[in-house]
Design a protein around this ligand. Structure first.
Ligand SMILES: CC(C)(COP(=O)(O)OP(=O)(O)OC[C@H]1O[C@@H](n2cnc3c(N)ncnc32)[C@H](O)[C@@H]1OP(=O)(O)O)[C@@H](O)C(=O)NCCC(=O)NCCS
Length: 236
């Protein structure tokens, strides 16, 4: 999670930001981290009962928006427990994803009949130090930024956008393959299609590489936030 030097105000438009880039049939709720712990199911509360307050608040907010998203999708809200790897265990036939910053949380879900994979990420729009940028993208990937097809007003945010895109891609990828990938395993490409990115992973084996090539990346940027989505549409 990227942190701003100074806290921006909470932004209730977070859900609208994601709705602007999510396809029809994906349900998203989000906003400030304000949900009381009482909105958690008992079994969810047990998971964070001993956690520090910050973790309790972000967990409660993420689950609160996830429950709302499930309800919007027509599913009965149910406890969403984490797997040992921390990824949320969604009801069967649902794909979903959660993200939070210090101030906001967001959750999106869709029927697995529409999407086969979904990852979302929300970050503060901040400048990054060179050593952090070097971790996110290696020299070869950064060299491609010189031929950047992002709109000129967004180019100073290429690094945090790429960070967010890789986090969203990881959240879409991991539940399918149960393998961790690192920042250097994937490259994010901005093709010139507005608000879109694609993914390349030439060093990963198949089927990982083919899956990542099928990921449709979408992003939205405001003054304070970067929202990214990685999804794979089901074509049946
Ligand atoms: C999982 C990870 C991507 C979360 O990103 P983050 O920016 O730190 O935090 P966010 O708030 O955006 O997302 C946190 C949520 O991601 C979800 N998440 C955690 N692990 C996950 C996994 N393995 N698969 C899918 N979703 C996962 C959870 O819902 C979590 O919130 P919760 O614990 O309250 O339920 C990150 O912590 C991580 O493990 N990264 C290592 C892998 C990586 O970054 N690889 C490089 C990119 S390819």
């Amino acid at each position: 999670m990227l942190q701003p030097e100074q806290a921006p105000p909470s932004e209730p438009e977070i859900a609208a930001l994601f709705r602007s880039i999510l396809p029809y049939g994906v349900f998203v709720h989000g906003g400030p981290i304000a949900a009381p712990l009482t909105t958690l199911f008992d079994s969810e509360y047990e998971l964070v009962r001993s956690a520090v307050t910050k973790r309790q608040r972000e967990f409660a907010a993420g689950r609160h928006y996830a429950h709302l998203a499930l309800a919007s999708a027509g599913f009965r809200p149910a406890p969403i427990h984490p797997a040992p790897d921390r990824g949320p265990i969604w009801p069967s036939d649902i794909v979903g994803s959660i993200s939070h910053t210090d101030y906001c949380a967001v959750a999106a879900v869709a029927s697995a009949s529409i999407l086969t994979a979904l990852g979302i990420d929300l970050e503060h729009r901040v400048s990054l130090a060179p050593n952090v940028i070097a971790l996110i993208a290696d020299r070869d990937e950064r060299a491609l930024w010189n031929d950047n097809k992002l709109p000129i007003e967004l180019r100073d945010s290429t690094a945090p956008l790429t960070f967010s895109a890789k986090e969203a891609v990881f959240k879409a990828y991991y539940p399918k393959f149960r393998r961790r990938i690192s920042f250097g395993d994937i490259q994010i490409r901005y093709t010139g299609v507005p608000s879109r990115f694609c993914v390349q992973a030439p060093q990963l084996p198949d089927p990982d590489q083919s899956f990542l090539a099928s990921v449709e990346g979408r992003f939205a940027i405001t003054t304070n936030y970067i929202a990214t989505v990685a999804l794979v549409l089901r074509c049946t």
